[in-house]
Ligand binder design. Sequence first.
Ligand code: GAL
Length: 737
Amino acid sequence: MKYLLIIFCFSCQFVLAQKIQFANAVFKTGDNAAWANEQFEDKDWAPIQLQTYWEKQGYDKYDGFAWYRIHFNLPSSLKEKAILKTQIEIYFPGIDDADITYLNGNEIGKTGRMPEDPNGYKSGGRIKERHYLISADNPVLHWDKDNVIAIRVYDGGGTGGVFGDQHYIRFLDPIDYITMDTYSSIFEIHNKKVSKDIYFQNKYSGILKGILTTTVKWGDSLISKNNQSVQLLSGKSQITIKNLPLVESATVSFVFTEELEKKSQSAVHEIPYILTPIEKDIPRIHSSAIFGSKPGVPFLLAIAATGIRPMQFQVTGLPKGLSFDSKAGLIKGNTGVGTYSIKVSAKNKIGKDEKTIELQIGDDKVMLTPPMGWNSWNCWGLSVSDQKVRSSADAMIRSGLTNHGWNYINIDDGWEASGRLNNGNITPNEKFPDMKALGDYLHAQGQKFGIYSSPGSTTCGGFLGSYQKESEDAITYGLWGVDYLKYDLCSYRKLYPNGLTLDQLQEPYLVMYHALKSSGRNIVYSLCEYGMQDVWKWGKSVGGNVWRTTGDITDNWNSLKNIGFSQEVPASFNSPDYGFGDPDMLIVGFVGWGDNLHLTKLTPSEQYTHMSLWCLLNAPLMLGCDLTRIDPFTYNLLSNDEVLAIDQDILAKGPKKYEISDNLQIWVKELADGSKALGIFNMSNARVSKMVELKEVGLLDKYKIRDLWRQKYLISGNTIKVDIPAHGVTLLKIVSS
Ligand code: GAL
């Protein structure tokens, strides 16, 4: 064992104006309820620092219980100096893993669960910081006397104990009682003006006042600045900011400065800007030009078309076994192997559109263009339910997204009951009363039905997996009418604690692939093993149609950037006959991974980048937001048919990346019609204006250059001036002229 030299003083405390900081404690491994008591004699305990884990202070490889005791004097001067003398906070920046904290023998807070708790030990997990609050008049506090904080820590493995820079006790400042929330509302756009609701929560028992400053800027230039006095009653209040200018990629900052202490809270947003032109009334068919399915199983293709309703659809050239519902625009039935060219037309009172779609029916033709739809995970997490799935499906139709090709409705983790039926079959939990009825409901609206499982005995969310029940589960999915299975490695890894070889990793995916053959349905098989062992090189060989190439995405720029801009190699394997790499689901709209949703933390420009890049990559487009709250900006992002056509392009050629400078990347993609799509991405935190020579990315001709987001031709030539907001994109299509 190694010991660090610790300079220790038994009652070290640093009294700053508003807080007392702790640096050291005394420490003992083991567990004894008496150690919580204030009077307990701990003079023979070992000294320990609070800044770092116990492993770094001589307790190598120690897992289990250990206690910290911190002695301090609580001077009444602290109270005298406090502005609001109501609540005291005891703060620890990190405790690894679970803890119960006592002050003078009384429990004041707990994070995680202890081994003796009814459901057993659970780490504090992502919650690292401990904010334990005590009322200032609580007799547990000993003013001007010695006090003892005792922390009972349980470490379930790895490092253990208290860590981090600043540990203290202090009075809460007025600003600490206030939260300003700018992510629960959208920016409303009316008559070229923008408004937004800001929600405040005042947890103090009385009124708190302050100034809310709203500043709009374009780059560094000030557009407007407004101060308004705000009185926050105890509880929730809402303030609507009106008449913000609708200036493309301007930023707005909201700063609330509390009156008594002048401390503030702030939030900065980019004001959303709409690029997609308003949808046309005339019919336009947007279904992909190729569509695949297995022979001899139920076939379903919903024709996606925009244009005012009523609209009549017609189809000619259907193979035997398929029929067409002209009102709903659905092709259904069951047909045999072959390639069939069908002609689809859509007509309304203004005009007509026609498109040829090639149906490819064969055992390996399950899916030929990246799936577009919705998955429950990024919004509802494990709180998904039948009702949430149905309302999402309905909202997809009502919003108009269906007309642009959005079709799959996929349930992620959280639908499974904790035990199987007596006959061994998997069954849903109480949130899903009837899976077959749900499947029928979706199919009747022309939507596809997706589900989720794991080859392990449990899923990542701790629900039941398919381990050793793969055939039974595949048959059950067939009976329910499933069209898509996301198969997530999760607990299967526990079978191989030292890591999986390639064969061991492929095996469970092959098992389910063979099982799905008996499902009697055309089930898209989506592999989820986070890109391990370069899944893009072998995904097809285990029957996959799409495969996750990365870990989970979250709604911030770093996550988007690290995942999206590292997909050149995985996407180079994509093709209709091989399958598609999946850089994870979309993080636009209201997301949240549970019951509390917030507006994505990506700026509007970052969201344009997200969609543009995913389309250049031919990525599956799975929405992860609450579809019942699609706002005009998000709809604009998801309904640009020229952008979506890049994703659905039937060549599905991976884009080539050119790093022009630290700040600029250009991704060039060949399209099936001989033209090219170009994403010019501004990776920097500031606007970039630049002349781009297409020669720099190997394009030597003269081209007609079209802006895909704005759907208009810009110029012809080989040079283009771009002006791109921070983290934004210019997405172009170029055709030799
Ligand atoms: C993760 C997976 C997520 C989601 C989650 C469910 O492993 O990457 O996309 O499916 O499990 O528990």
